[in-house]
Design a protein around this ligand. Structure first.
Ligand code: HEC
Length: 166
């Protein structure tokens, strides 16, 4: 079951913010959750079955843009590292910096290249979503595969998306 009507902004009060996992959102604005530091975060409920829209959107964007190298569910591949592990040490700013600017391991015997996505709207307009999804994967609150249920996409979220994608 989805929460709320499909066309309405979810507007939960502070008491309803509780999430599974170590990071608790302290604020929700237009369906986007942030932690005490103002960093984007997830909200997962129903025994890991239901996720916020940002996590769902991040799952979809990850599968469209990152899976080819980093493997299903952020778990890593022979070519690119596990992002489930990376988010245990990379903070939000580091993550965004690497995705926008790329990364090249010059010391590896086989050259590993993380492309720069800074000019790619399909990635950068959704960078918070991808971060939030991987953060939840890293914290072990979203399992492998597609989240079963998600909160609706808010009207404001849709507007911001349209503005960013141009
Ligand atoms: C063409 C293959 C490729 C694609 C596509 C790709 N990556 Fe990477 N990524 C890599 C490689 C290879 C590395 C390791 C680079 C290094 O170690 O210097 C990497 C490293 C990273 C790191 C740093 C990990 C760490 O250990 O600190 C992050 C974060 C990252 N990628 C995120 C993403 C995200 C998010 C996407 C999708 C938007 C993505 N990557 C798409 C190949 C890719």
């Amino acid at each position: 079951m989805m929460v709320g009507a499909a066309n309405a902004d979810p507007a939960p009060d502070a008491a309803s913010l509780k999430s599974e996992g170590p990071v608790q959102p302290t604020k929700v604005e237009d369906g986007k959750y942030t932690d005490k530091d103002g960093t984007p975060t997830y909200r997962v409920t129903e025994g890991g079955k239901q996720v916020d829209w940002s996590s769902m959107s991040g799952y979809l964007r990850y599968n469209a843009n990152c899976i080819v190298c980093h493997g299903p569910d952020g778990a890593g591949s022979t070519y690119a590292p596990s992002l489930v592990d990376a988010l245990k040490h990379d903070d939000y700013a580091t993550f965004v910096g690497i995705v926008a600017g790329g990364k090249k391991d010059v010391n590896a015997s086989e050259q590993l290249v993380m492309p720069a996505f800074g000019e790619n709207k399909n990635v950068m307009c959704y960078i918070d979503d991808v971060y939030v999804y991987l953060r939840a994967r890293s914290d072990g609150v979203i399992g492998r595969g597609r989240p079963a249920e998600h909160e609706p996409k808010s009207a404001t979220f849709k507007k911001a998306e349209d503005a960013c994608m141009g």
